[in-house]
Design a protein around this ligand. Structure first.
Ligand SMILES: O=C(O)Cc1cc(O)ccc1O
Ligand SMILES: [Fe+2]
Length: 430
């Protein structure tokens, strides 16, 4: 496996020597009889930092892969503004891990939307999903025109063969596949389960670090983009496109992963979350979780993320006279959380790896009674939070749980009871 390092670089890669035209994007005749095709991820006129496009040199132009469409159904992958029937409660929601099914399900068939917000057609908002995969996509290809896909394996290694090359992604790593990029997913180590954020808005970018400086958090060199790899395969297959919240498929006679060379700054990538360099409080207090932002999809409002992808990784805790886990809070943003491994400090029990929670906009939450009791009396030596990796999709929009999510047997009907033990402790005299 080979990758090129860097975030949003102007990459260039060719699987055959000389396949990449030199000095121009669209020569009169491309090397090897390839077709030149531009894939844009931003408006042509977007300001430089947000301008993304790549040039692909391929065996057949995409229009031969995707033109005679027929509707197909993947009813559990929902798209905003879908709203389920009115939620039984708006209040905190939590789910146990979704069991893996016995029947064969490909990565795409196994996407189940838990929440969505905004409006995909307006390029606003996102959906938070789980995926369950027990079968390979064989001669079966997909692209998402509605959004960019951020994929977080929780169990099992996924192998993505994309137009830009091959990416293997294991639990603890993430993979981002931009809007419009064709791929196929296969299982590299048995059945797979994980989380997926479908970002309808601007492509994910690294957050500005501000006073942190030029280094730290997710460092650009740790992002890996695959080198060009192509298939010259002529076998019947199928390409499915998610477009406008609906699924459309085409019969094809060949693999659409036929890009022999490409260059540009719009390409899939992976990142190992263990490379994240966390910053934190050196003396006292629990900082806002924005310090743990890995990627942000900027909204039109300065400084406000359409979606922030945040992690809670292993780290040292050293703050003095401080309640170290998250505080109680009521946030304007809405928070979808999942756990890749271990336990989360605010919820020592009940939030299992593979599980999920939703704490919606302006709805109160915080450490459960058990976490509160333990952290209020803990001896405050420097201690390392180990064996833990939680994440959050935080969005400026309220998230609407889907009917599927609300009907799941794994929905914890008694979740709100985890705070019942927080008794009144007030005494008017000290
Ligand atoms: O609710 C949560 O557990 C996520 C979270 C963590 C934190 O450290 C501060 C705020 C916050 O919403
Ligand atoms: Fe929170």
């Amino acid at each position: 496996m080979s990758y090129m390092s860097g975030f949003g670089n102007e990459f260039a890669s060719e699987a055959l020597p000389g396949a990449l035209p030199e000095g121009r994007n669209s020569p009169q005749r491309c090397p090897y009889g390839l077709y030149a095709e531009q894939l844009s991820g931003s408006a042509f006129t977007a300001p430089a930092p947000a301008n993304r496009r790549s040039w692909l040199y391929r065996i057949r132009p995409s229009v031969l892969h995707a033109r005679r469409f027929a509707r197909t159904n993947l009813p559990l992958w929902a798209t905003a503004p879908a709203r389920g029937r009115e939620a039984a409660t708006i209040g905190p929601l939590r789910w146990d891990p979704t069991p893996l099914p016995r029947e064969p399900l490909t990565f795409i068939e196994g996407v189940r939307t838990m929440t969505c917000c905004g409006d995909a057609d307006a390029r606003i908002g996102m959906s938070a999903c789980v995926y369950l995969a027990t079968a390979d996509m064989d001669d079966d290809y997909f692209y998402d025109a509605d959004g960019e896909l951020l994929i977080l394996p929780q169990q099992g290694v996924l192998r993505f063969d994309t137009e830009f090359g091959r990416i293997d992604v294991a639990p603890g790593e993430i993979c981002v596949i931009p809007r419009g990029v064709k791929f196929r997913a296969r299982l590299a180590s048995g059945a797979a389960r994980g989380y997926l954020c479908e970002n309808y808005g601007a492509p994910f970018a690294l957050p500005y670090r501000g006073a942190i400086g030029a280094n730290g958090l997710a460092n650009p060199r740790d992002f890996l983009t695959p080198v060009a790899a192509y298939e010259d395969v002529e076998r019947p297959g199928r390409l499915t496109v998610k477009w406008g919240g609906r699924f459309h498929s085409c019969e094809i006679e060949w693999s659409p992963l036929d890009v022999v060379a490409w260059h540009g700054n719009y390409a899939p990538y992976k990142y190992d979350l263990r490379r994240f360099s966390p910053m934190g409080a050196l003396l006292y207090d629990h900082p806002d979780p924005s310090i743990f932002c890995v990627l942000t999809s900027p909204s039109a409002q300065a400084g406000v993320g359409e979606v922030d992808f945040v992690i809670f990784p292993e780290r040292w805790q050293i703050a003095e006279d401080t309640f170290r886990p998250p505080w109680f809070h009521v946030n304007v943003m809405s928070e979808f959380m999942g756990l890749i491994l271990g336990a989360y400090d605010a919820k020592p029990r009940g939030f299992a790896p593979g599980g999920m929670s939703l704490h919606n906009a302006m709805l109160p939450h915080g450490p459960d009674a058990e976490a509160f009791a333990a952290a209020s009396s803990a001896e405050l030596r420097p201690s390392k939070l180990e064996d833990t990796l939680a994440f959050m999709f935080e969005t400026r929009l309220p998230q609407h749980p889907t009917d599927f999510a609300l009907a799941l047997e794994t929905l914890q009907r008694d979740y709100a009871e985890c705070w019942t033990g927080l008794r009144k402790r007030f005494q008017a005299t000290q």
